[in-house]
Design a protein around this ligand. Structure first.
Ligand SMILES: [Zn+2]
Ligand SMILES: [Zn+2]
Length: 426
């Protein structure tokens, strides 16, 4: 049944794929010295609200606040708890509590986040967050951007590419914003109301307007890249140069949409192909001003997120999940209640040898059991029957080679290990 709200159902047919995805991501991150942080799903509303709105303009802050899912008491009063909508705020608070001068910390977190989406529907989505904290060098930007590309490539997504822009710094941005506002006012009668309001609020916004006149006015307007101060310009050139040298495909997009009060200098999106179009599956940038606002400590930082739900879907569609080597397994059936103890003992002995077992839960004929065993992808089947046990033996069937034999009770383990060897499943 499809739920009307965005709730995940992770059933076994998908869980093994999620595990592969998570393991690959964790492996790549550990190679780059990133440490995992496991954040609480329940968060303090005041901390989250303060963090989210710290660098936002009023309109944006209101939208962001409305998207947070708060827990309310039965009487409808809002409690002071909220479901985690993002991870950066908690990571900054943690880092501020441990960081010493000139220290750099590398953290990541992966898990469900919660927000209200279109029509106010609560939704759960899986997100990876990667943060490098304590450095304002352009090297750290390149490290983080490259890491985003490496994760996607490491997952087999070879078409991964970058959209890049620079939002400048507090020195070079204000002249751009003021020129942009003048330009918009001058063209207020020629540009549509939506483009005007959107760009007046956020001069970096992508209005997605299809009106040719709007498009022309916007493309002839001021560009942040023409306003960058020497330092910002040098840094952005270096990012482009390093990414090109790493053979990372990129495109500079002067209106890459982000919350511009939050980010400074390099911002980026990570893009994949899906259904014949480019889809943004992640992105990030430098956010040097946020920590001071919410923790009181100046911690320059750069980070990115990946939308794991979208990435999972794209990987699944492309058939990029291949089953891990299947465990060698033995099906065990006992033909009477008196023999159940023996069935459990044999299973225990097999587990001690790291062999997986599937126990027959009900009484079946041998052929029924054989079918169930094959359905469970077992290589061997053991059938324990009173009349055989009295003679000190049990039936061992090799379901791959379609052969069977009676083996002495005291040599079951040896016979099974031998069969495993002959099937090359060690
Ligand atoms: Zn600058
Ligand atoms: Zn327009």
């Amino acid at each position: 049944m499809k739920s009307s709200v965005g709730i995940h159902q992770f059933m076994p047919d998908k869980v093994w794929k999620w595990k592969i995805l998570e393991q690959k991501i964790a492996h790549i991150l550990s190679l780059h010295d990133y440490q995992e942080i496991r954040l609480s799903v329940l968060q303090d509303y005041r901390v989250i609200h303060h963090g989210i709105t710290a660098l936002m303009l009023e309109e944006e802050a209101e939208l962001a606040t409305n998207a947070i899912i708060n827990l309310s008491k039965p009487n409808g009063d809002l409690s002071l708890l909220t479901l985690r909508p993002e991870g950066t705020i908690s990571v900054l608070h943690h880092t501020a509590s441990i960081i010493k001068d000139h220290e750099v910390h590398r953290f990541y977190y992966l898990g469900p986040m919660f927000r209200k989406e279109g029509h106010n529907n609560p939704s759960e989505f899986h997100q990876l967050g990667v943060e490098l904290l304590g450095s304002d060098s352009v090297m750290s930007e390149n490290e983080v951007i490259s890491l985003g590309m490496k994760i996607l490539q490491g997952l087999g997504l070879r078409d991964a590419r970058l959209l890049l822009n620079s939002f400048g710094c507090t020195a070079c941005r204000p002249p751009f914003i003021s020129d942009m506002k003048d330009y918009l006012k001058k063209n207020e009668n020629r540009i549509c109301a939506n483009c005007f309001t959107t760009l007046y609020t956020n001069p970096f916004a992508n209005t997605k307007c299809k009106d040719p006149q709007c498009k022309e006015i916007i493309s002839n307007g001021p560009k942040i890249l023409d306003y960058l101060c020497p330092r910002c310009k040098r840094n952005f050139d270096k990012v482009k140069k390093v990414q090109a040298n790493l053979a990372h495909q990129y495109k500079v997009l002067p209106n890459l949409f982000k919350n511009f009060a939050y980010y400074n200098e390099t911002v980026f999106d990570l893009v994949l192909n899906s259904n014949g179009a480019g889809v943004v599956v992640g992105g990030g940038g430098r956010y040097d001003y946020l920590s001071q606002m919410i923790t009181g400590k100046n911690i320059p930082a750069v980070g990115f997120y990946l939308n794991i739900d979208s990435i999972f879907e794209i990987m699944d569609k492309r058939g990029l999940f291949t089953s891990l080597d299947k465990a060698f397994s033995v099906y065990i059936s006992s033909q009477s209640e008196d023999l159940e103890m023996m069935m459990l003992q044999i299973a225990q002995e097999l587990h001690a040898n790291d062999i997986k077992t599937v126990l027959s839960a009900d009484k079946h004929s041998i052929e029924e059991d054989a079918n169930l065993a094959k359905k469970s992808e077992c290589e061997l089947m053991i059938v324990i029957r009173d009349e055989n046990v009295r003679e000190g033996k049990i039936l061992l069937r090799n379901l791959i080679k379609e052969i069977q034999d009676y083996v002495a009770l005291n040599s079951i383990m040896d016979e099974i290990l031998l069969a495993r060897k002959s099937l090359n499943r060690e």
